[in-house]
Design a protein around this ligand. Structure first.
Ligand SMILES: Nc1ncnc2c1ncn2[C@@H]1O[C@H](COP(=O)(O)OP(=O)(O)OP(=O)(O)O)[C@@H](O)[C@H]1O
Ligand SMILES: [Mg+2]
Ligand SMILES: [Zn+2]
Length: 508
């Protein structure tokens, strides 16, 4: 007897259809799996056997051949278990032979349980795209699967219940389509209203948020760098529907979506510790899984104590930051993960922490300062559009009774500035100032004649490179968008130049 069932496999973020063929024939007892299965799939033989006996059936006596097609695609993981089991049941004539509309996804556990798998969202999306009408998924993935509409999703916890359902008893109810609550959520724990004084640093963070600029915070210990950075997420614009799906997909593949609230509706804020490995940061593994940079997709990657990170580890970020995606090559193919992020770094300016401080004398030698800063390579520092000097607040600001502005108020201005950018860049494949390609800088960063004049003077005075000049233009464009200026003004240029203090402080 010959049977065919449909399933879905994953490689990186890419789901692909898999046909599971089962054939029973006479001969000595044998259970073979073909179609380039890896070790995980070989183990699924044992799980399928165990599931079969869990429902009181004897495993077929003769030859059992299972083939996963297409053969030329390397498959991994345990998500084909259920489809293998179903096709076996068909070949054994226990289930009807034809179920062309259905997809089966799931790992089998002992005693016929069905266990969750990673990447369900992409898998169900692919099933719908290919015209399938229903998909059977592990119960714990059911809510995540139901994020995709226009396809019937059944969550199943045991093969026993699934069999009963398929044998026309229809005991399972389709999962209702899940529509998330995406009302903006502002944590009471983190808010800019807790940050006293720091007017320049606050306006710098707002400017970075407005244009999506990578930003480096430099200052003495305890000056509030971590405090400021940790609040960046509270002023970024609400995620779009598209962004929610994209980011949730990354978490789905990583197996990190909470099963009860299976969508990421707030921009991620990832702050890995400085001891993190390269693979942990950008992704890796024999079956590549996404790293922190991809888990931060459409949100923020915060590298606190940046000088403490392994230099080589940081270097690996350079390419993904530029391309806004990570490629991980393996013998079996190249997995690609998105990483459209805002990078925020925080560090002390020197070993003692007080170089450039207005509060305390730095005790380091020039050489020590240079060595310290060179823990981060020049090209890596180039990835930051803005540098913000963070000085400890003076007592009168610390003791002030004046209530600082809240995140909600700042966020409104950021959202408005982002709307202006979205309109301007509509249909061009990018949506904020930090993403303006070099060849479009002149077109989109037009200045008033006075601003042009000032920019020229500053360029010469600070001996800027063309690259620095380009960054200043983009940041000035963001300042103009915050202030509602159609053309970049004098003031916008001065603001942008202010946030390049690093260049003159260290690089000359
Ligand atoms: N502007 C401020 N308003 C209110 N509290 C502040 C401010 N700046 C710093 N603090 C207080 O000081 C603490 C230390 O700040 P934070 O950890 O952000 O400093 P840091 O610059 O990251 O220091 P380090 O270099 O040691 O990491 C904060 O938790 C907060 O309680
Ligand atoms: Mg800190
Ligand atoms: Zn010092």
């Amino acid at each position: 007897m010959f049977a065919v069932t449909n399933s879905v496999g994953m490689f990186g973020m890419n789901a692909f259809l898999v046909t599971v063929e089962a054939e029973l024939s006479r001969g000595s007892p044998q259970f073979d799996l073909s179609g380039l299965p890896d070790i995980g799939i070989k183990e699924s033989r044992d799980r399928v056997r165990s599931a079969t006996s869990s429902i009181g059936l004897k495993f077929p006596k003769g030859k059992v051949l299972i083939n996963l097609a297409p053969a030329n695609v390397k498959k991994s993981g345990s998500s084909f278990d259920l489809a293998i089991f179903i096709s076996l049941m068909q070949a054994m004539d226990i289930l009807p032979l034809k179920m062309p509309d259905s997809i089966f996804i799931g790992e089998l556990g002992l005693h016929g349980t069905i266990r969750g798998v990673h990447g369900i969202m992409s898998m169900v999306m692919l099933a719908r795209k290919n015209g399938f009408h229903e998909v059977y998924v592990p119960q714990e993935n059911a809510k995540e699967a139901s994020v995709i509409d226009n396809i019937r999703v059944y969550g199943v916890d045991t093969v026993d219940r699934l069999m009963a359902h398929l044998l026309n008893q229809s005991i399972l109810k389709p999962e209702p389509h899940y529509i998330p609550d995406i009302t903006p959520f502002l944590s009471n724990l983190m808010d800019f209203k807790d940050v006293r004084g720091q007017f320049k640093a606050r306006s710098g963070i707002e400017l970075a948020a407005a244009g999506g600029h990578n930003v480096l915070l430099i200052g003495s210990p305890g000056s509030g760098k971590s405090m400021l950075a940790n609040r960046l997420g509270t002023i970024l614009p609400q995620m779009t529907h598209e962004e929610i799906l994209e980011t949730s997909n990354v978490y789905s593949v990583a197996g990190l979506l909470p099963s009860e609230q299976p969508l990421i509706v707030q921009r991620p804020f990832r702050a890995p510790h400085h001891t993190i490995s390269a693979a942990g940061l950008v992704g890796g593994g024999s079956i590549p899984v996404p790293g922190e940079i991809s888990l931060a997709h459409n949100g923020v990657l915060f590298l606190d104590e940046m000088a403490e990170f392994n230099r080589a580890t940081l270097e690996i970020l350079r390419q993904p930051l530029e391309n806004r995606k990570v490629s991980i090559s393996r013998v079996s193919g190249t997995a690609e993960y998105p990483c459209n992020i805002m990078l925020v770094g925080a560090m002390n300016p020197c070993p003692c922490g007080f170089y450039g401080s207005t509060q305390k004398q730095c005790t380091c030698t020039q050489k020590q300062i240079k060595n310290y800063i060179s823990r981060i390579s020049g090209p890596m520092l180039e990835r930051f559009d803005m540098h913000i000097d963070v000085d400890p607040i003076p007592y009168h600001e610390f003791a002030s009774k004046q209530q600082p502005e809240s995140s909600a108020v700042i966020r409104q201005r950021v959202e408005l500035a982002r709307k202006r950018q979205e309109q301007r860049y509509k249909g061009l494949g990018f949506y904020c100032n930090s993403m303006i390609p070099d060849n479009l800088l002149d077109e989109f960063c037009q200045m008033t004649p006075e601003a042009e004049n000032l920019f020229g003077k500053m360029y010469t005075h600070y001996q800027m490179s063309a690259r620095t000049g380009a960054r200043i233009k983009k940041v000035a464009r963001s300042a103009a968008d915050l202030h509602g200026n159609a053309l970049i003004t004098n003031q916008d240029i001065s603001i942008a130049v202010q946030f390049r203090g690093f260049d003159s402080k260290y690089l000359r």
